[in-house]
Every structure is written in structure tokens, then in C-alpha cells.
Design a protein around this ligand. Structure first.
Ligand SMILES: *[C@@H]1O[C@H](CO)[C@@H](O)[C@H](O)[C@H]1NC(C)=O
Ligand SMILES: *[C@@H]1O[C@H](CO)[C@@H](O)[C@H](O)[C@H]1NC(C)=O
Ligand SMILES: *[C@@H]1O[C@H](CO)[C@@H](O)[C@H](O)[C@H]1NC(C)=O
Ligand SMILES: *[C@@H]1O[C@H](CO)[C@@H](O)[C@H](O)[C@H]1NC(C)=O
Length: 739
């Protein structure tokens, strides 16, 4: 703001000058009226006279205080110069002129003010969001301060206004200030803080003096959320490198400082970069590293502890801390060293038994090959590595198993409905069997299971089995029998841990309910056809076998068809036919007797010894049937009133000592279900001359009971004839032995 020089107020003095013109001796003062001057300025008051040749001037203040100025008289003018203007110049100055006996006096007030500088804005501290701050607006060296007004505005809105009305007794320049306390919020960032100072010098005539200062609100955020990231790790080995990155939030963006904490707690600055990389670390680099985010309003620190370990060589044993190997396989144990130039290896078992394997060491690697792996290899193997004066040992358990084959299902026999059967499930060559579990399932349901908790101190491959007996039913057909063997050794990493075998059940049913259907009938006329149909139940469906029962009890096979057809049967086809229903699990047998009949034929009616006998002779009237069984023979004699049935014995009628009246017609009626035949002879009895005794058989066969008997009849006849010739033979005996 430009400095204002003295302001001249001349309007009210013009009248006064008009009246003075008429006088010869006049006094004038310039400026004509009040003068307002700022401290430090330079002003001059000029007193001049007219109408006096040699006037004498004198200056004084109204209260007779020092003039505080320099007077210079020059002819009719006297000048009072105040340079610089000070508080001591605020007076009503009077100029007195004496011209001979005349004295004239004129006065002028000099007013002083001081308002030399713009206000100053001071903050009690940096502006932080949320933190109360006091703003002070300072207006320096003001006079007269009772005319001062200070206003503090925040983005055109008044925060506070103050006037300093108290009147002080001492005239002095004073510094006045206005204080406001407020809490900045985020929205305040970028707003303007204005301090406006107004000095009301003369309320009426002049414009007030205004000075203002603007300050843009700079709001800060103290560093916070300081985060350190470490790559690769806070645990390091000698020689490793590590990179640590630090971030911190704040406004303005905090500057990052990395330091290391010393033993005495002081910090040793390492970097002013957010990223700190430490290379080729040594053990003594272990310690606490500090990251500090710093800005104008604060700091935030974070620590990280780095541990640098002595570099060790390492030993790795593979395939791991234990291995499950199948007996007979090849197993390679590898001992691998890292961080050692020339290691030396040695292998041993924990109990110092022979290795039973081949060792090969090369460079940083040593292998122990167990091939094939056997029971003797079930040990804890140790690999010892020596590197310089350091020694490391790593071990591996070699555990064995054998579970090579699926279980085997065996049945004690064919499955037959209702017959108990024993199933066995065998797990061959298994080791170790103390964990073996065998389970037998039918469909979904477990029939039996067994856990073999036996002692396995004896190392050997064994075959373990589970047996169970059950009674199958036909419903079991189609169900699946499962034998599941599990060797659940959790620690062992091998597959499979279970094996299974299945068998689909088929339950047989022994043949039964064998029935024979004979069509048209089991007794038939010779020449007719017969169908004999056999059926038998069973699973699988029984095979049919037709046979004929021979006289010696043997069976003569005939057909495997269900229907046995005999076309144009003969008598010899008579007999017992056997049908057998046969399947894998049994035989069911049924018999039927087939009788083939013929109509009686070839009947022979004979008289023995002749049809013409003498009185007193013994005559046998005999009727024989041909080869026709089941034939009834009736012997009759013709009488006047019909026929008289003779009491014949087996078709023979014996007339002892024949009489004349025995002569006549004899008839033999031979009949069976299919026919009838008649024969007759005429016996002639003559008067006796001499008598001769013959053997007379007492019995003759009546029935040709079956074709099998036919030969017997022939025999009887033969024996009878023979007996007649020899004279003694028992036909009864013959009958008994042959029939
Ligand atoms: C504050 O007032 C000044 C002058 O009167 C003006 O230029 C400015 O745009 C105003 N600011 C706001 C935020 O009102
Ligand atoms: C800080 O790190 C950057 C990149 O890693 C690099 O360019 C810069 O020179 C580093 N400054 C100092 C002071 O170390
Ligand atoms: C025997 O069976 C065959 C074939 O089924 C049939 O043609 C024939 O008439 C049957 N014979 C008798 C005597 O039933
Ligand atoms: C069984 O029957 C088949 C046809 O039905 C026939 O060809 C065969 O000769 C028969 N076998 C016997 C031994 O009867």
C-alpha cells in the first residue's frame, strides 16, 4: 500500500481568507487547516505574511511543548519542518508574527497516525486436520489503535472482528492482534485465510486506511500407517541380500528415513530412500532397522528385526523322512548336500546292521540303492555328512509292505439254494498283516470282517484269509460278493491301500418235482404210439435224460429230449422207463411203467397125451397163450345147457381116469383188455383095454403175467415135458426159482 503523504483539508479556511484581504497586515499558514501525517513522513508548515516588511516569526505548540521540528525563517515566510514526523508532533501548532507593534497568530492542528505494515498472520502450529490451531492476526505499530478494527475471515466468511477502543494515556505505536482458535477440517484445504485491518483515521472526510493479508490454508496430515515390507525374509543367512521397502501416509507425503538402531539406542541413518537394499549381509548386520516417515507435522516409525544366521551347509534326504516300499521293488535313497564344497558321506542303519545295499557317492550327492528291497532293509537309515569340521546327519525310515495281488474268492462248492456253503477270501503275500482288514460283503451289506491284529515280529509274507459259511437262497442270484482287503497304514504313502475282488453269485437249485406225462396212456395196444414227456424244476434248468431200466438194474440211455416218443410200439417196449432231471447240483428221478398189450393170439388148446384116449387114462386139457401177457384163460366144457367153466389150474384141466362122459367139446377162451380168442377141441374117450399111469402135473400157468415171464412159461413146458420123460420133477420148484 502506498504511503499517503500529508492530507490537506482546506475548505473551511477560504472564508477566513476573504475577510483578511482588506487588512494591510495579514498572516497565512499553509496548509490552511488540519494536517494528518503518518509517523516517519516529512511535513512542513509554512507561515507567511503580507503587509509587513520585516516580520518576526515564532512557532509554538498550544501546550508549550517542544516543537520537534526545525524552523527556518526567510523574509516574509517561516517554515516549520517535521522530518521525520513522530508522535511528538501531534499538536496544535501556532505561528506568531510580530510586525512593529502588530501581532498576528494563526494555528493548525497536526494529527498523527501509524499504520505502516500489512497485518501478519501467525499460526500456532502447522494446520492439521482435526487438531485445534490458533490463528493470530497481528497489526504492527498502529497509532491510534482505538481507531483500529481487525477482522479475520476464512474464505470470505468472518471468523472474528475486533475493535480496540480502550484509550491509552501514553501516546505510542502499538502492535495489536486478534486471535481465533479453530479446528481445521478436510474442506479447509486450499481455502484462504484473510486478515483485514482497518484504521478509521477520519470518519467523515477520508477513506479508512485498509490493509489486508491473505494466507492460503495449508492443511497437513501427520505421517501414519507406516508399513515395511521385507523381501525375501527377515531371517537371512550370511551372504544373502535383503530389500526393505517402507511406505508412510501423510500430507505432504512423508519423507522416508531408514536407520539402524545402535546398541546405545541411537539411530544410525542409512538412507533417505524408501527402498533400502542390504547386500552380502553378515551376522553383525542383524538388528533392528527403523523406518521413519517424516513431514512438517509429524513422524511415524516402524521397526523390523533382521536376523542374519551363520551360513550352514544343509543335508536333504530324499524321498523324505520315510518311504514305504513294496518288497521286491528297487529303492534309491539320496543324500543331497548344499553349501559344502567337498562333503564326505557315510551311511549306516540305526542299529548298525549291514546296509544290504549299494552306496555311490559323487560330488554333493550320495545314493544308497536297495534293489530288490527285502525284509533286511526295513531299518532307519542314516546319512552322515562331514563338511570341514561340521557334521550333519539325516535319517529316513524304510518301511516295507507287500500287497501285490487282489484277494481271491473261493467257494467250498457250487452254490445250492438251502445248502450251506463256505466262502473264503484269501489275501496272498501280505505284509505287514497286523493292519490288514478283510471284509466280505454281499451286495451292500457286510457279512463278516476281520482284523488281523497278530504280532508281526516275524517278518514274512503271509496269506491271510477270512472264511464264512452261509446258506444261499435263490434271491442271492445276481448279487455281488465282494472281498475287500485293506492295508490302512496311514503313514505309508503307497497305493493301493485296498484291493478287492468280486464274484457274481449264482445260486443253483437241485432238480425236483420231476413229473412224467404219458400220452395217451401207459397201457397201450401194440402198434400204437406213445409220447412220454418229462419235466423237472431246478436251476439251472435240468437236462432231461430218458433211459430204460434193464432187468439187471442198469439204465440204458435213450434220449435227452424231454419227450420220448415210441412209434408203433411192440410188446417188447413194455417195461420201466426212467426220466432223470439233471443239473450240476443234483438228479431227480421218476419212473413210469409202460405196458404194451396185444390181443390174445396163438392160443393152443391141447389134450395130452392125445385127443383120443382110453377110459381110465389121465388126460390134461391145456390151454396156452402165445407170447401175450395179461391174458385171462378160461377153460370150459360144452354142455347141453351151455358151457361149464372148468376149475382149471393155470389153464390146465386134468382128468384123472377119464370116463366116457369126459368126452366132448372143450373150449378155451383167452381174453385180455384188447381182445378175445377162442379155441376148441373134441376129446374122444374110448373103452379101456389096459391102463398106464403117467405123471400128471398139478399146476399150469394161467397168466402170462408179462413178457418177461414168457420165457419162463416155455421153460415150464419144457420141464414138464422133460419131467414126463424122466418121470420126476417138481414144477413148483422150477416156478419158484425162475419167476
Ligand atoms: C471471496 O471474495 C473475493 C473478492 O470479494 C472473490 O474474488 C472470491 O471469489 C470469493 N471467494 C469465495 C470462495 O467466495
Ligand atoms: C533411491 O532409489 C532409487 C531407485 O532405487 C534410485 O534411483 C535413487 O538414486 C535412490 N536415491 C538415493 C538418495 O539413494
Ligand atoms: C406225440 O407228439 C407229437 C408231437 O408233439 C404229436 O404229433 C403226436 O400226435 C403225439 N402222439 C401221441 C400219441 O400223443
Ligand atoms: C430229439 O428231438 C429232435 C427234434 O425234436 C430230433 O431230431 C431227435 O431225433 C430227438 N432225439 C431223440 C434221441 O429222440
Amino acid at each position: 500500500m502506498p504511503r499517503k503523504m500529508a492530507v490537506i483539508f482546506g475548505a473551511s479556511n477560504i472564508l477566513w481568507m476573504v475577510f483578511a484581504v482588506s487588512q494591510a497586515f495579514k498572516i497565512d499558514i499553509f496548509p490552511e487547516s488540519k494536517i494528518i501525517a503518518q509517523i516517519g513522513d516529512s511535513i512542513s508548515l509554512t507561515c507567511s505574511t503580507t503587509g509587513c516588511e520585516s516580520p518576526s516569526f515564532s512557532w509554538r505548540t498550544q501546550i508549550d511543548s517542544p516543537l520537534n521540528g526545525k524552523v527556518r525563517n526567510e523574509g516574509t515566510k517561516s517554515t516549520l519542518t517535521m522530518d521525520p514526523v513522530s508522535l511528538g508532533n501531534e499538536h496544535y501548532y501556532l505561528c506568531t508574527v510580530i510586525c512593529e507593534s502588530q501581532k498576528l497568530e494563526k494555528g493548525i492542528p497536526v494529527e498523527i497516525y501509524s499504520f505502516p505494515k500489512d497485518p501478519e498472520i501467525h499460526l500456532s502450529g502447522p494446520l492439521e486436520v482435526g487438531k485445534p490451531v490458533t490463528v493470530m492476526c497481528l497489526v504492527p505499530d498502529v497509532y491510534p489503535f482505538e481507531r483500529l478494527e481487525i477482522e479475520l475471515l476464512k474464505s470470505n466468511r468472518s471468523m472474528k472482528t475486533q475493535n480496540f477502543l480502550e484509550v491509552s494515556e501514553m501516546k505510542s505505536q502499538e502492535t495489536k492482534s486478534l486471535e481465533v482458535t479453530f479446528t481445521p477440517i478436510d474442506e479447509d484445504i486450499g481455502k484462504a485465510l484473510v486478515c483485514q485491518a482497518t484504521l478509521h483515521i477520519n470518519e467523515i472526510d477520508s477513506q479508512p486506511q485498509v490493509r489486508e493479508t491473505t494466507k492460503k490454508l495449508q492443511v497437513y496430515i501427520s505421517p501414519k500407517d507406516t508399513v515395511i515390507s521385507v523381501n525375501p525374509s527377515t531371517r537371512l543367512q550370511e551372504g544373502d541380500s535383503v530389500t526393505m521397502t517402507c511406505t508412510s501416509e501423510g500430507l505432504p507425503a512423508p519423507q522416508i528415513f531408514w536407520s539402524k538402531k545402535l546398541d546405545n539406542g541411537n539411530l544410525q541413518l542409512l538412507s533417505e530412500n524408501a527402498t533400502l537394499t542390504l547386500i552380502a549381509m553378515r551376522m553383525e548386520d542383524s538388528g533392528i532397522y527403523v523406518c521413519e516417515g517424516v513431514n512438517l507435522v509429524g513422524k511415524d516409525r516402524k521397526e523390523v528385526k533382521l536376523i542374519v544366521q551363520e551360513k550352514m551347509f544343509t543335508v536333504e534326504i530324499s524321498p523324505g523322512s520315510q518311504i514305504a516300499a513294496q518288497i521286491g521293488d528297487s529303492v534309491v535313497l539320496t543324500c543331497d548336500v548344499m553349501g559344502c564344497e567337498s562333503p564326505s558321506f557315510s551311511w549306516r542303519t540305526q542299529i548298525d546292521s549291514p546296509l544290504n545295499g549299494k552306496v555311490r557317492s559323487e560330488g554333493s550327492k550320495s545314493t544308497l540303492t536297495l534293489s530288490p528291497v527285502r525284509f533286511e532293509n526295513e531299518h532307519f537309515y542314516l546319512c552322515t555328512v562331514t563338511c570341514g569340521h561340521k557334521k550333519l546327519e539325516k535319517g529316513i525310515h524304510v518301511e516295507l509292505y507287500s500287497f501285490l495281488r487282489d484277494p481271491e474268492i473261493e467257494m467250498s462248492g457250487l452254490l445250492v439254494s438251502g445248502n450251506p456253503v463256505t466262502v473264503s477270501c484269501k489275501v496272498p503275500d501280505v505284509y505287514p498283516f497286523d493292519r490288514l482288514e478283510i471284509e466280505l460283503l454281499k451286495g451292500e451289506s457286510i457279512m463278516k470282517n476281520k482284523i488281523f491284529l497278530e504280532d508281526v515280529s516275524k517278518k514274512s509274507l503271509e496269506t491271510k484269509s477270512l472264511e464264512m459259511t452261509f446258506i444261499p437262497t435263490t434271491e442271492d442270484t445276481g448279487k455281488v460278493l465282494v472281498c475287500l482287503a485293506k492295508l490302512p497304514i496311514d503313514e505309508m504313502e503307497f497305493e493301493p491301500k485296498q484291493r478287492q475282488s468280486t464274484q457274481i453269485l449264482y445260486v443253483n437249485v437241485a432238480p425236483g418235482d420231476t413229473t412224467i406225462l404219458v400220452s395217451p396212456s401207459s397201457i397201450l395196444e401194440e402198434g400204437r404210439s406213445v409220447n412220454m414227456t418229462c419235466s423237472s424244476d431246478g436251476l439251472p434248468a435240468p437236462k432231461i435224460l430218458w433211459s430204460r431200466l434193464l432187468s439187471n438194474g442198469d439204465l440204458q440211455p435213450l434220449s435227452e429230449n424231454t419227450t420220448l416218443t415210441l412209434t408203433s410200439t411192440k410188446m417188447e417196449d413194455s417195461g420201466i422207463y426212467v426220466c432223470e432231471g439233471i443239473n450240476q447240483v443234483g438228479i431227480s428221478r421218476k419212473e413210469v411203467e409202460l405196458i404194451i398189450q396185444v390181443a390174445p393170439k396163438d392160443i393152443r388148446l391141447t389134450a395130452f397125451p392125445s385127443e383120443s384116449v382110453k377110459e381110465g387114462d389121465t388126460v390134461i386139457i391145456s390151454c396156452t397163450c402165445g407170447n401175450v401177457p395179461q391174458t385171462l384163460i378160461i377153460l370150459k366144457k360144452k354142455a347141453e345147457s351151455g358151457y361149464i367153466v372148468l376149475k382149471s389150474t393155470d389153464g390146465a384141466y386134468t382128468i384123472h381116469r377119464a370116463q366116457l362122459e369126459d368126452a366132448g367139446v372143450y373150449e378155451c377162451e383167452s381174453k385180455n383188455e384188447v381182445g378175445l380168442q377162442l379155441r376148441s377141441i373134441t376129446l374122444d374117450v374110448k373103452g379101456r383095454e389096459s391102463s398106464k399111469h403117467y405123471f400128471s402135473p398139478e399146476l399150469l400157468v394161467l397168466y402170462c403175467a408179462s413178457s418177461l415171464i414168457i420165457p419162463a412159461i416155455g421153460m415150464i413146458i419144457y420141464f414138464a415135458r422133460k419131467a414126463n420123460m424122466k418121470g420126476s420133477y417138481s414144477l413148483v420148484e422150477a416156478q419158484k426159482s425162475k419167476v
